[in-house]
Design a binder for this molecule. Structure first.
Ligand SMILES: Nc1ncnc2c1ncn2[C@@H]1O[C@H](COP(=O)(O)OP(=O)(O)OP(=O)(O)O)[C@@H](O)[C@H]1O
Ligand SMILES: [Mg+2]
Length: 254
C-alpha cells in the first residue's frame, strides 16, 4: 500500500478474530483526504467490525491504523473521537427522551476537551444556532424541539447523520445510514449525505449498490473478513468476483 501525506487513514494488516470467526482478516487500504469510500459486502462480511476497529469500539488483534499520520490502534475510542473520527451505529444510539436540539447540542459539545460547567449565554446561543442550521440542512427545523422518541424512523436516521456532521469530525463513518427505510427515503438521505459531506473524508457502508456507486469515489468490497476488491464504481461494477458474490440478489437491508 502506498503511504503518503494524502491519506487521512491508512489501515495495514488489520485483524480481528472472535473465537473461530475471522471477522476482519488481514485488511489493508487507505482513504485519501476528502475521499468518499463506499463499503459493500454480504451480511457478516466484517464491514461493521472494520468500523469498530477504526473507531476503537474494541481493539484490533494485529496491524496498524494510521489516522492523520498517527498510529491510533492502541488508543481508546474517546481519544480517537477527540482526534476527529466520528461514526454512526447500525442501530440507533439517540437519546429518545431528548429533543432534536438537545441531541445535536450534545453531539456538538461531546468533543470538547474540557467540560465547562459555566459557559456563557453567548456561547450557548451560538451553539444553538449551529444546531438549528444543521437541523435546517437536514429538513428537521420544524421539529427542532420535538422529543426524538416521537419521530418516525427516517427523521431519526437523519438526526444521527446530523450528530456526526455537527461534531466537526475529520473522518466521518456512516454504517447503513438509510437502512430499514423505503427506497424513496433511502435515495433522499443518500443525496443529502452526498451534498453535506462534499469535500469531507467519508466512509459509508450500505447494501444498496446504486447508492454506493453514486456517492463513492472508490468502493471497497468485503467478503468473509477480507477485501475482495477495491476500485472505482465502474471497476467494481465490472468485477466478475464481485458479481459472483452478489448472485442471488441484493443483501438483507438490516
Ligand atoms: N462483538 C462480536 N462478538 C462476536 N462476533 C462478532 C462480533 N461482532 C461481529 N461478530 C461476527 O463477525 C462477523 C462480521 O460481522 P460484522 O457485523 O462486522 O458484519 P457486517 O459486514 O457488518 O454484516 P451486516 O451487513 O449484516 O451488517 C460476523 O460473523 C459476526 O457474527
Ligand atoms: Mg454491519
Amino acid at each position: 500500500m502506498e503511504k503518503t501525506a494524502e491519506n487521512i487513514l491508512e489501515i495495514e494488516g488489520v485483524k480481528k478474530h472472535f473465537g473461530g470467526i475471522k471477522a476482519v482478516n488481514d485488511v489493508s487500504f487507505a482513504v485519501k483526504y476528502g475521499e468518499h469510500l463506499g463499503v459493500i459486502g454480504p451480511n457478516g462480511a466484517g464491514k461493521t467490525t472494520l468500523f469498530n476497529l477504526i473507531a476503537g469500539t474494541f481493539p484490533n488483534d494485529e496491524g496498524s491504523i494510521i489516522f492523520a499520520g498517527e498510529n491510533i490502534a492502541r488508543k481508546p475510542a474517546r481519544k480517537r473521537a477527540l482526534a476527529g473520527i466520528s461514526r454512526t451505529f447500525q442501530t440507533s444510539k439517540l437519546f429518545l427522551n431528548l429533543s432534536v436540539l438537545e441531541n445535536l447540542f450534545l453531539a456538538l459539545n461531546k468533543n470538547q476537551q474540557t467540560f465547562k460547567i459555566f459557559s456563557s449565554w453567548e456561547q450557548d446561543k451560538a451553539k444553538i444556532e449551529d444546531c438549528y442550521n444543521m437541523a435546517k440542512q437536514l429538513g428537521l427545523e420544524d421539529i427542532f424541539e420535538v422529543q426524538v422518541g416521537e419521530l418516525p424512523h427516517g427523521k431519526k436516521r437523519l438526526l444521527e447523520i446530523g450528530q456526526v456532521l455537527i461534531s466537526g469530525a475529520k473522518l466521518i463513518m456512516l454504517d447503513e445510514p438509510a437502512a430499514g427505510l423505503p427506497e424513496n427515503e433511502r435515495v433522499k438521505i443518500s443525496q443529502l449525505v452526498k451534498e453535506l459531506t462534499e469535500g469531507l473524508s467519508l466512509i459509508m457502508i450500505d447494501h444498496d449498490m446504486d447508492i454506493i456507486f453514486d456517492l463513492a469515489d472508490r468502493v471497497l468490497v468485503m467478503d468473509q473478513g477480507k477485501i475482495l476488491a477495491l476500485g472505482t464504481p465502474a471497476e467494481i461494477r465490472d468485477n466478475s468476483e464481485v458479481q459472483r458474490i452478489y448472485v442471488g440478489g441484493e443483501q438483507d437491508d438490516n
